[in-house]
Design a binder for this molecule. Structure first.
Ligand code: IMP
Ligand code: MG
Length: 176
């Protein structure tokens, strides 16, 4: 399984330190809010990042999840977003933080934000572990970014290629 990893970008330790940093930043930004804070993890990729991140935050937060289709089995995003699982709870009047594993073209999040805005949350912010700015096709304000990654197909720490590699403890690039 590991023989097609071309390069390790971020080790387990480097990821853990970055998550402490992001957690502190988020906690500090939200410590005085009165409304509910809801972390929305985008399944499945963000599940590992989200679960590590929220454990570094000590103010009360809620969790919810959405699942959307993006890549299927190919390397390129189609631009077509399909909601496979919607939120379980209402977000009106709440502070929501959308948690992504990696933002590439930005098409998925652009679509999701427009969809969630209609439900009138108090605020919407985006937190992504990885950001591929060079590939962006739409304007997106990303509030919390772990690492800026080079173009290349990234896997590990929740991120897959055709459902493989999600359980790698580090983040690497595969041949594509
Ligand atoms: P976007 O809509 O192009 O921004 O793509 C969003 C989704 O595509 C991410 O949430 C990932 O699930 C997936 N994705 C983008 N780049 C990569 C990558 O390098 N490796 C694995 N999945 C990726
Ligand atoms: Mg994803």
């Amino acid at each position: 399984m590991e023989n097609s990893i071309k390069e390790v970008l971020y080790s387990e330790e480097v990821i853990a330190n970055k998550i402490i940093e992001l957690g502190n930043q988020i906690e500090n930004d939200y410590k005085d809010v009165e409304e509910d804070i809801v972390f929305i993890g985008i399944l499945k990729g963000a599940s590992i990042f989200l679960s590590d991140l929220v454990r570094k935050i000590s103010i009360p937060v809620k969790l919810d999840f959405m699942a959307v289709s993006s890549y299927g089995m190919s390397f390129e995003t189609s631009g077509v977003v399909k909601i496979l699982k919607d939120l379980d709870s209402e977000i009106e009047g709440k502070h929501i933080i959308i948690v992504e594993d990696i933002i590439d073209t930005g098409l998925t999040l652009d679509y999701l934000i427009n969809l969630l805005k209609v439900r009138k949350p108090k605020s919407i912010r985006i937190c992504t572990l990885l950001n591929k700015e060079v590939r962006r096709k739409v304007d997106l304000d990303v509030d919390y970014i772990g690492f800026e990654v080079p173009d290349g197909f990234i896997v590990g720490y929740g991120i897959d290629y055709a459902e493989k590699y999600r359980n790698l403890p580090y983040i690497g690039v595969i041949d594509s």
